[in-house]
Design a protein around this ligand. Structure first.
Ligand code: PAF
Length: 279
């Protein structure tokens, strides 16, 4: 049985009835425009939990000045159809007031992790993400919540927050889903022109090449530089960052034996792409 709920009261009643039946609940938070990347989160939730609850809320607070809040793709009916077909149980589409009641004045901030990489280019972004995610975790009291590794820094921020604030929901990362040429799926890929779409695959290919070079023992700073130049030569208009960092702390790698992550953000015309791989 699949249903769409818009009120928190209704959501809580449903969750309580699942709990009374001893059923576990998986949460997949989204901003809609669902693609196969989101559906991989849903599949993982269906595998790990008895009931899967997807949320759809385009959080205005996490769009910076000049970003695409107005244009962000919206198609609730299509999303609902996909979820129903996949076997998800509930779609929660909260009204703005359910998330930000009149007078809302609280925020969650994960310092350090939120200030690097994306945080430099999108000030306040992770504060808004952490705040909405903790609200959704509290509203749903889910056993597990699923987030894509495509937004790796977001995943690390949420894990840190859950750990620091004694949230009992298990935060699980799910591998990035890619097109055949390696481009990570993203709701914003629709903004790419045909030519940009062809160039876009260079991002993943460059990340993979750099990860290989790092594993072979090449110097980190030289590889960051190599990666940045490779993207600019391929036709990216600018590179916000190309960084090889400790996979857990996202700080510079001091201990060579620790797992690393190669992360990049670059612009192709009006579209900003981000991606990452393990090294
Ligand atoms: O990754 C997203 O789609 C959003 O940042 C999230 C986690 C749904 C919070 O609005």
């Amino acid at each position: 049985m699949f249903s769409i709920v818009r009120s928190l009261d209704h959501l809580r009643k449903q969750i309580l009835s699942w709990r009374n039946e001893g059923l576990s609940v998986g949460l997949v938070p989204t901003m809609g425009a669902l693609h196969s990347g989101h559906m991989a989160l849903v599949s993982r939730s269906l595998e790990a939990c008895d009931r899967t609850l997807v949320t759809l809320f385009i959080n205005p607070q996490q769009f910076c000045e000049g970003e695409d809040f107005e244009d962000y793709p919206r198609d609730e009916q299509k999303d609902a159809k996909k979820l129903k077909t996949a076997g998800a149980h509930f779609l929660f589409v909260p009204k703005f007031e359910e998330i930000y009641p009149n007078g809302f004045s609280t925020g969650v901030r994960v310092s350090g992790l939120s200030d690097l990489l994306e945080g430099v280019h999108r000030p306040g972004f992770f504060d808004s993400v952490a705040t909405i995610v903790i609200k959704l975790l509290n509203q749903t009291a889910a056993d597990r919540a699923f987030f894509g590794e495509k937004d790796y820094q977001q995943l690390m921020v949420i894990k840190r927050m859950a750990h620091d604030l004694d949230i009992t929901t298990v935060i699980e990362g799910v591998e990035t889903v890619r097109e055949d040429d390696g481009l990570a799926l993203s709701s914003r890929n629709i903004y790419l022109s045909e030519k940009e779409r062809q160039t876009a695959a260079t991002l993943y290919k460059t990340l993979v090449a750099v990860a290989k070079h790092v594993k072979e023992g090449n110097e980190v700073a030289a590889q960051e530089d190599w990666g940045r130049k490779k993207l600019l030569n391929a036709g990216f208009s600018s590179v916000d960052y190309f960084s090889i960092l400790d996979a857990e702390t996202l700080l510079p790698c001091i201990d060579a034996s620790r797992v690393k992550r190669v992360l990049a953000a670059a612009k192709l015309g009006r579209t900003r792409l981000i991606d990452n791989v393990q090294a």
